[in-house]
Write a protein that binds this ligand. Structure first.
Ligand code: NAD
Ligand code: USQ
Length: 405
């Protein structure tokens, strides 16, 4: 298949591009390299040394013999160029990773909030209009998030895949209706993903676009069978307080002897997926077409759920790290239950990679190998959800030794 990977230079997009290329698909990456620019703004770098995009692509050609195309294009602001790219490449499938994806970054300040909404919503909407205008009959696979459902809303009821059946009282009895699951975003970033959902519902209903929205959990791990083939292909590893996600952060912290930064009680339960399963899920989604074009297909892209504290204990016990209970910089439930349906991916053949000692070791090894690149001052999460919230620094005197400010 001819596939455009929008956001193909990022943490999920790069290994996906390599995986799909390895599987024989014809790949073009479209990316404006904004994530690399945000690293410069935050004065932090991926723990792993990621190479410039041209070097990455050259290395892949050397290693695999396969070409991957690259277009440097801002989806949010370069609409006409996007139309030209679609007309020229006429893709069979478009995978859309290209959004600002960090919740803490999106809550950082006014500029970051506005940037996140402008970038994400405009990028998605431009893409949908461009698909309609060009008449490209590609299937669109978008990376959404589990966070659109919110946490704690459904109690112990399993979270369905996108849609909920409700009973509406009428004078003549009850009517059954299927609705999009109520949106309950926990950050400006997550809010943009709930807005994306409405855009998709409209363009499926009105224009019959074939859309799959993947509600993905937190991705962990670093390497895939392709990125490991040459150091120049290595995937990024974010560990800082804005972009680092919880399990990869714990692995990195343990590897460098930093206490594990549990927010609040650690009672938050979240859904997870390993990067190796992310790339497989994308291929499953693009090669299994949407049957019903009247509404977007929603698949929950997760393989397991864990409580943050349980993960900290697991990593702490395995790697001998202390736990630091920090004031939670976010406004989120202290504790929540989370049961998630993922029947569709299982039915389509996904064989889940679940958390195991071996995979934890891989994360620890990567973190240990590049520990000298870590900037310890970037580890504590400093973006607060609301002005005046207590931060780890406010309590620094009470914190265990070893937490740098
Ligand atoms: P990332 O920031 O590493 O990659 C996103 C890529 O998109 C970057 O290379 C960036 O330069 C590019 N991009 C952003 N805005 C763009 C624009 N306007 N035009 C062109 N390119 C643009 O993020 P990631 O971790 O790879 O996440 C990819 C997608 O998956 C995101 O949409 C995210 O919301 C979703 N997701 C990620 C996770 C996770 O744990 N990483 C979990 C669930 C969902
Ligand atoms: N947390 C800690 N300590 C840390 C970091 C995080 O306790 O050092 C806690 C957070 O408070 C939160 C949970 O761990 O309760 C998850 O935080 P996270 O940063 O790992 O994940 P999140 O902000 O939800 O965002 C990530 C990705 C995002 C994706 C989302 C999937 O950055 O792109 O959409 O995971 S989901 O969480 O399922 O919505």
């Amino acid at each position: 298949m001819r596939v455009l990977v929008l956001g193909g230079d990022g943490f999920c997009g790069w290994p996906t591009s390599l995986y799909l290329s390895d599987r024989g698909h014809d790949i073009t990456v479209v990316d404006n390299l904004s994530r690399r620019k945000i690293d410069v703004e935050l004065e932090v770098e991926s723990l792993t040394p990621i190479r410039p995009i041209s070097e990455r692509l050259r290395a892949w050609k050397e290693v695999s013999g396969r070409d991957i195309g690259f277009v440097n294009l801002d989806l949010a602001t370069e609409y006409d160029r996007l139309v030209d790219v679609l007309l020229e490449l006429r893709p069979d499938a478009i995978v859309h990773f290209a959004e600002q994806r960090a919740a803490p970054y999106s809550m950082r300040n006014e500029k970051a909030k506005r940037y996140t909404v402008d970038n994400n919503v405009r990028a998605t909407h431009n893409l949908l209009v461009a698909m309609v205008t060009t008449g490209i009959d590609a299937s669109l696979v978008h990376l959404g998030t589990m966070g659109v459902y919110g946490y704690g809303w459904s109690g112990s009821a399993p979270i369905p895949e996108g849609y909920l059946t409700v009973k509406v009282p009428t004078p003549d009895g009850e009517l059954e209706r299927e609705i999009l699951h109520p949106a309950n975003p926990g950050s400006v970033y997550h809010m943009t993903k709930t807005l994306d959902q409405l855009l998709f519902a409209f363009y499926a209903k009105n224009d019959g676009l074939r859309i799959t929205d993947l509600h993905q959990g937190i991705v962990w791990g670093t390497q895939t069978d392709q990125t490991i083939r040459d150091e120049r292909l290595i995937n990024r590893f974010d560990y800082d307080g804005d972009y680092g996600t919880v399990l990869n952060r714990f692995l990195m912290q343990a590897a460098i002897g930093h206490p594990l930064t549990v927010h609040g009680t650690g009672g938050q339960t979240r859904a997870f997926i390993h990067i190796r399963d992310t790339v497989r899920c994308i291929e499953i989604a693009i090669t299994n077409p949407v049957a019903d074009t009247s509404k977007p297909r929603v698949l929950n892209q997760i393989t397991e759920t864990h409580r943050v504290l349980d993960l900290a204990k697991l990593v702490g016990d395995a790697m001998g790290a202390e736990i630091a209970y920090l004031p939670n910089p976010r406004r989120e439930a202290d504790e929540n239950e989370l049961i998630v349906r993922n029947d569709q991916f299982l039915a389509l053949g996904l064989q889940p990679t679940t958390l195991s000692e071996g995979l934890l070791e891989e994360g620890r090894d990567v973190a240990a190998r590049y520990r000298d690149r870590a900037d310890l001052t970037k580890i504590i999460a400093r973006s607060v959800w609301k002005a005046g919230m207590e931060t780890a620094e406010d309590l620094m005197t009470e914190l265990p030794d070893g937490l740098p400010n």
